[in-house]
Ligand binder design. Structure first.
Ligand code: GAF
Length: 382
């Protein structure tokens, strides 16, 4: 395995183990996770593989096969760029480890580590390469230091690393999908109770494919806009006197009390939660083809009410549907990244052509288009 060879080359010894955690794509339930709502992502066959050995001196030696020079961090504060995600996980797991020791008498203090990372999540595609990195390292440390955290606790610690160490106020969806995904299944997650159900998602037996269309763009504004959307939702919930937008039961009544951005965000979040439930109902009934119209509705809502789409995503979605997709939508945070399209086997080529032509007409670089099926979540490989 490439990552093991690189570990030997870098550190002159065998790693204590090798762990893998996948990226994710979200089928439906967008910008609902931080509103205590519902999401339905699945883990991808691509992710991050980490070869790791513990160190007792607290030092972190980190190397990525995708990113520049190896780095040595004597303290976590020295981390920059991609190493912040790894340092953040050490920070969060040191705290989680202390708690485990006090409350459950389990584990030993998390020290340092020698780490080599190899990743194959398509770059900048909005498919959660950062969650994959966090969850791979967290899963390794959990085992190496005997912390006894559950998969959901690993996801929560990874989210904490991203929120409080990296400074990105994400919800729990990406880390949960990476930690808890199962092959052939989508993960239904109630982001309030953290209850999960793995929902069979076998498209092949229905003659369908889920295509990922990677726009290849990432608009600069994205990071600040995410925090602003989150703020809009929190303000709307405050005005309505509910803990979170998840609690809105009378949508018409709520909309009558709100205006502007708060009104639009509420409209999206409440209807998106209903769409997730509707998709679950259809999947359980074996009516997979029928989820297409809900994917379309989700996209329109994200474009017009939540305002997180962009021209490249809209063109991908519209041209996919024109080419014969049963439904399509942007997936992930928005402002670039990827769209998904649900397509019957015999329409895959015409969808590809339609999207590729629409991009060419505008003088945009051709998007990458490839099918995705649900893969297993985080696990030890060696
Ligand atoms: C990003 C975040 F990281 C997730 O938590 C989620 O909010 C998503 O955007 C939007 O659904 O991927």
């Amino acid at each position: 395995m490439r990552v093991v060879e690189a570990f030997r080359d870098s550190y002159g010894m065998e790693p204590a183990g090798v762990w893998h955690a996948p990226g994710r794509v979200n089928l439906i339930g967008e910008h609902t996770d931080y509103n205590d709502g519902f999401v339905l992502p699945f883990a991808l066959p691509w992710g991050v593989t980490a070869a790791v050995s513990p160190r007792e001196d607290g030092v972190l030696r980190l190397r990525s096969l995708q990113a520049g020079e190896p780095v040595t961090l004597a303290t976590l504060d020295e981390a920059e760029g991609w190493t912040r995600y790894v340092a953040g996980v050490f920070w969060a797991l040191r705290e989680a480890g202390r708690k485990q020791e006090q409350e459950r008498g389990q584990g030993r203090p998390v020290g340092g580590a020698d780490v080599v990372i190899d990743g194959d999540v398509p770059r900048g595609a909005g498919l959660s390469s950062s969650a994959a990195l966090e969850v791979a390292v967290a899963t390794a440390l959990n085992e190496l230091y005997g912390l006894g955290l559950t998969k959901m606790e690993i996801a929560l610690a990874s989210q904490k690393a991203e929120n409080d160490f990296v400074g990105m106020p994400c919800g729990i969806m990406d880390q949960a999908a990476s930690a808890l995904g199962e092959e052939g299944k989508a993960l239904f997650l109630d982001c309030r109770t953290l209850g999960t159900r793995n929902i069979p998602f076998d498209l092949a037996s229905h003659g369908l494919q889920l295509l990922i269309i990677n726009t290849g763009v990432h608009h600069e504004l994205a990071d600040g806009q995410y925090a602003r959307r989150r703020g809009d939702c929190e303000n709307a919930a405050k005005h309505l006197g509910v803990d979170a937008l998840r609690d809105v039961t009378d949508l018409a009544g709520a909309l009558a009390r709100l205006s502007g951005d708060e009104r639009r965000r509420t409209q999206h979040v409440v209807t998106e939660n209903h769409r997730v439930e509707a998709v679950i109902g259809l999947l359980r009934a074996g009516a997979v083809r029928e989820i297409g119209s809900l994917l379309n509705a989700s996209h329109l809502s994200l474009r017009d009410q939540f305002e997180v789409s962009c021209a490249e995503l809209d063109v991908a979605v519209e041209s996919a549907v024109r080419g014969g997709a049963r439904g399509a939508r942007m997936t992930g945070g928005g402002f670039g990244g990827s769209a998904i399209a649900l397509v019957a086997d015999d329409r895959v080529e015409s969808v590809r052509e339609s999207v590729t032509e629409a991009y060419a007409e505008r003088g945009w670089a051709a998007p990458e288009i490839y099918p995705a099926t649900p893969a297993a979540g985080a696990r030890r490989l060696l």
